[in-house]
Design a protein around this ligand. Structure first.
Ligand code: RNT
Ligand code: ZN
Length: 411
């Protein structure tokens, strides 16, 4: 099947061998938080807060670092391609709990060792939620100096960790700041929180690190649960901030109005910035963080990365958390689907299509774009999995076995 698919794609001017090789070289950062519903390892941790929510109570959730690491190994064995791991601060590995404004590189040494053994790069996130100091719904934009200063210290500490990770692993660590800050009801002041946020960020980024070690991004949002009327860190705020401060923005495709498309925002930003980061997710009616599917907008996002030859400019991360189904399966489905989208995009004769657009041949462009959709992509995908030593369509059998042997013992 692969051989005949290869011949067919060749007729379209597409080299399937080259596509598979390229696909295997594009790093995708897997979020560590699908395995435990964003809980983290802090004993004192309260419930998930900040307007995000994990729903469902499927058995087998990882309860500690050993279980999470073990689960990750299973997930990675099911995913083709080049992988990274994206960590949050509350996944620190410490003997006794360390306050979030005092976390340090040493608390992530165990993760670094783990990642190095697997030749996996690490990325990092500040974690200003699920914490008593974030209970007002405001962190870096809080009117309370004590609260704001706490989270400024936190973000300085997490950037230090990220820069250290980047240096140690020999590849820059993406450092993402997402804050929940917002208001449930009509604000009396929309500017004040943003000015405070701006100044807090300026303070945080006044500490300079090498770009070889850390890539700084800020993640905007539309609204959160309980914070429906106002979000300080809006899209306009962060794009303007990043553009004037020499840092970058992260686009989470669950964080926009339903008809806004991140696939269109990628090239818009790439015409100005030399990098853009992504959180690939699926929102159902709201920022619900459903598992990523092999769906049209996901394919479109992958196409924008590939046809603009922006594999080194777009830093791809995943961000979904479903607790209603087997978490290993959820993790793997989403990550496999983004790999699928990348390979699919690599099998499109983009130059030919661009030329049709530029020469105004729109009938032919539509016809070809539609014909491409039914080329034998599945055969190339199966071949890619085989070469990557990853199970094919029957991979769920391995998850069922792991559930029976391991997850079912977690009461
Ligand atoms: C929340 C943001 C953020 C989180 C993770 C846990 O809306 O998407 O990226 O999902 O940091
Ligand atoms: Zn996100």
């Amino acid at each position: 099947m692969y051989d005949s698919a290869k011949t067919l794609y060749k007729e379209w001017g597409v080299d399937t061998e080259k596509a598979m090789k390229k696909c295997a070289s594009i790093p995708v950062s897997l979020h560590c938080w699908q395995g435990d519903d964003v809980t983290g390892f802090e004993k004192s941790a309260g419930p998930l807060s900040g307007g995000i929510q994990t729903t469902g109570n499927y058995p087998g959730k990882a309860r500690n670092k050993d279980e999470l690491m073990k689960d990750l190994d299973v997930v990675y064995s099911l995913i083709p391609g080049k992988k990274r791991l994206n960590l949050h601060t509350h996944y620190a590995i410490t003997d006794s709990e360390v306050p979030r404004d005092q976390v340090a590189p040493e608390h992530f040494k165990a993760w670094l060792d783990w990642a190095k053994k697997r030749k996996i790069g690490l990325d990092f996130n500040a974690t200003p939620f699920s914490h008593p100091m974030a209970s007002s719904g405001m962190t870096l934009s809080s009117p309370d100096n004590k609260v704001r200063d706490y989270w400024i210290r936190h973000c300085k500490a997490t950037r230090k960790i990220a820069a250290w990770l980047g240096e140690q692993q020999g590849s820059p660590c993406l450092h993402d700041i997402w804050i929940p800050d917002g208001l449930k009801d009509i604000p009396a002041d929309r500017l004040g929180p943003r000015e405070r946020l701006r100044d807090a960020l300026d303070e945080i980024y006044s500490v300079k690190y090498s770009k070889e070690h850390i890539i700084d991004v800020v993640e905007s949002k539309l609204f959160g649960i309980g914070l429906e009327s106002y979000t300080a860190g809006s899209s306009e705020f962060y794009i303007a901030y990043a553009a004037t401060r020499g840092i970058y923005v992260l686009l989470d495709n669950g964080h926009y109005h339903p008809t806004e498309l991140v696939s269109d925002k990628i090239p818009a930003l790439l015409s100005i910035f030399d990098k853009v980061a992504l959180h690939v997710t699926r929102s159902v009616h709201w920022d619900s963080d459903h598992v990523v599917l092999f769906a049209d907008e996901i394919k479109e996002i992958a196409k924008e990365i590939i046809r603009n030859k922006a594999e080194d400019k777009v830093l791809i991360g995943l961000d979904y958390f479903d607790a209603s189904i087997n978490r290993i399966a959820a993790w793997a489905v989403g990550a496999r689907n983004f790999q699928k989208a990348l390979l699919y995009a690599l099998l499109i004769p983009h130059d030919k299509l661009k030329q049709l657009q530029d020469s105004g041949q729109f009938s032919k462009l539509m016809v070809l774009q539609e014909e491409i959709k039914t080329l034998p992509f599945g055969a190339v995908w199966e071949e890619y999995l085989k070469r990557q030593n990853v199970p094919g369509a029957d991979w769920f059998g391995q998850v069922e076995k792991y559930e029976k042997d391991v997850l079912s013992g977690r009461k």
